[in-house]
Design a protein around this ligand. Sequence first.
Ligand SMILES: *Cc1c(COP(=O)(O)O)cnc(C)c1O
Length: 401
Amino acid sequence: MKKTTGMNRDVTQKWRPATQAIRGGTWRSEHGETSEALFLTSGYTYDDAATVAARFAGEQEGMTYSRLQNPTVAMLEERIALMEGAEACRAQASGMAAMTAALLCQLSAGDHCVAARAAFGSCRWLVDHLLPRFGIETTVIDSADNDAWEAAIKPNTKVFFFETPANPTLDIVDLRHVCDLAKAHGITTVVDNAFCSPVLQRPMEFGADVVAYSATKLMDGQGRVLAGAVCGSLQFIDEVLLPFQRNTGPNCAPFNAWVVLKGLETLELRAQKQSENALRLGQFMESRVAQMLHPGLASHPRHELAMKQMAACGPIFSFIVDGRAQAHAILDALELIDLSNNIGDARTLMCHPASTTHAGLSEEDRAEMGVAEGMLRINVGLEDVEDIIVDMDRALSAAGL
Ligand SMILES: *Cc1c(COP(=O)(O)O)cnc(C)c1O
C-alpha cells in the first residue's frame, strides 16, 4: 500500500485543522482511490515465513491481525490525533470502551482516582463500582470548584478524570487550573471531551495528558455507529494503553471507523452550525424557563471560562422545569424534535436524564450530581432553527410554561 501524504506527519502537521479533517491520515492503496478504503478483514497473509516472523518480532512494519492493526482504523486514528494535536491516538469500540481503557490501562490496586461527580451515567459507574472492585480508591468532587481538586489529592492519587462540559449538567471544569495542579503532583489528567470534539475544545492545549472520546456523538454526527478514541503522548499510547488494548480487545470495527472518518470531514461545519442553533434556541428559551444550564448564556456560572476554553458553546444544553411530570409533558408535546437519548446527531433530540441516561443511579446520587427530576437535555441539530423554536415554543406552552 502506498503511504500518501496523509500519513506523513512532516507534511500533515503543517496543515490547518480544516485540511487535516479532510486529508489527515489518508492512506491510499495501489488503486489510488479518492475516498478512504474500507478494509473489512480480520487477518493478513504473508509471502513467506521469514516475513511473518519479522512482523511478529516488531522488526518489520505491517499488519498481523485486526485486533492489533487495521488500515481503515489506522487512518481514523491518525486523523483524530492530528485534529487533537496529540502525538498518537487509538480508536475504540465505543466511548465507554475508550473511558474504561483510558482508566484501567494505567490504574492498579492501591492507586487513587479523583473524578468529577457530574458525569455521564456509565462514567460514574466506572468510578463508583468498577474501579473499587479492583482495589482502586476513588473520590468524587464538585468539578467546578477549583479548590476541591487540590483538597482531594492523596499521596497515591494517580488520575484526575472529568468531562467538560459535563453530561448532562453542563458543569465546566477550569482546564488550565486542574491540568496545572495535576502536573505539579505527577497526576495524569484524563479528559472526556465528548461534548466538544477537537473543533470546539482541545484540552491538550491547556495541559491535559489524555483526551478520550465517544466518537458516536459529534464525530460520527449522524447517529449511525458506536465508536471511541483515546489520544495521548506516543509514550502513553505505546507503552501504557497498547499493552492493555491489544490483549483485552476493545477495538473499533473497521466499518465503524470508516463511517467516523467520513463524519470528521464535515465535523467543523456541523459543530459550528449546531452551536449557533443551540445558542439561538437557548436565547429564545431564557424568558420561559427559570433554570437554563447553557454554557453559551451569560446566566451560566462559568460562561466566561467556557467561552475561553471552547471555540463555541456546542450543540448540547440542559434546562430544569418543575419536576418529572412537567418534563415528560414537554417531551410528549414535541412534534419535530425527537425524544431520544443520543447526542451529537444532526437531528434535534431531547431526553429526560433522570428516567433514561441516569436512571441506573439512585435518586440521592442523581441529586448529588445535580440531575434534577425536572431536568431535560437537548441536542440541537442542523434543522432550520426557526422550526426548532416553533416546536419548543408549542411544547413549553402545552406544559404550562
Ligand atoms: C455518550 C457518552 C459516553 C459514552 O459513549 P458511547 O459511545 O455511548 O459508549 C461517554 N461520555 C460522555 C460524556 C458521553 O456523552
